[in-house]
Design a protein around this ligand. Sequence first.
Ligand code: PBG
Length: 327
Amino acid sequence: MELINRPRRLRGNGMLRKMVRETRMDKSSLVYPMFVVEGSNIKEEISSMAGQYRYSVDRMEEKLIELQNAGVTSVMLFGIPAKKDEMGSGAYAGDGIVQKAFKKAKEACPGLYLIGDVCMCEYTSHGHCGILRGQDVDNDKTLEFLAKTALSQVQAGADMVAPSDMMDGRVAAIRRILDENGYVNTPIMSYAVKFASSFYGPFRDAADSAPAFGDRKSYQMDYHNRREALKEAMLDVAEGADILMVKPAMAYGDLIREVKDKTDLPIASYSVSGEYAMVKTTAKAGFIDETSIMCEMAVSAFRAGTDIYLTYFAQELAKCMDDGMIG
Ligand code: PBG
């Protein structure tokens, strides 16, 4: 057989395969999302997300140290307040749950990089991501509250804020309030391309944040749309976003690539709760191998163009990178 091209030549040996590897990753790209609740001495497992817990502020340190020891240097915090109300007042309270968590995390682990998810759905009694007018979320009124929320997180110790609400104009509103208060160097990672997705199901259980009526389709995007994803990304660039996120990650690799190619900002993708839960439950049933599936999903997100990967598997992935399984 006279074959000139034999792609298998480069696959014959482990060292060679690693030499020609196209996608390279590093632990500094990983962000771990973590849930914090009111109360004391709490570490309760989230039933829909085996291996993930809600921590009270006095118990979060143990997890932060574990992460740090594993080489995960960045954490995103979600607060779950004891009481929710119409106006989501816990989101921007100086002594709100996430604000207390930022203070504690900064004190306990000053070497960690702390990111705040900015949204109202964990704090509103109706579970929507903003302030209601009738049955609809009032976009422009909500901006004021999102901006206050972002500022309060930064004042409490957040190094970066990440608005996930999908209101129009939120990046500009947050940039303005941060700048006015002297936080000109605090970056904004915008959940720019965020779809109305059923992959968030387990998160809403974790944060008790499912909308009491209706759904989020009037603010989160329709997953049929690709050009609209670019429109959202470009608007956030114009409003001053520093990093753009695509969410979910697994079923949206095309858009991670597209946004990567068409903008010049770093790209984040969020492997959400439903992706995590699917892997955990299917592996538990014995149908897939958890570690190798987790690695394959992560590498595919990076291959698509991800620079920053948010995942509940951050600690396990860090270990796989240390072990040379991926990286
Ligand atoms: C808050 C928010 C959500 C997620 C991140 N920030 C829930 C939602 O939009 O319904 C989802 C994260 C996950 O599913 O892991 N708006």
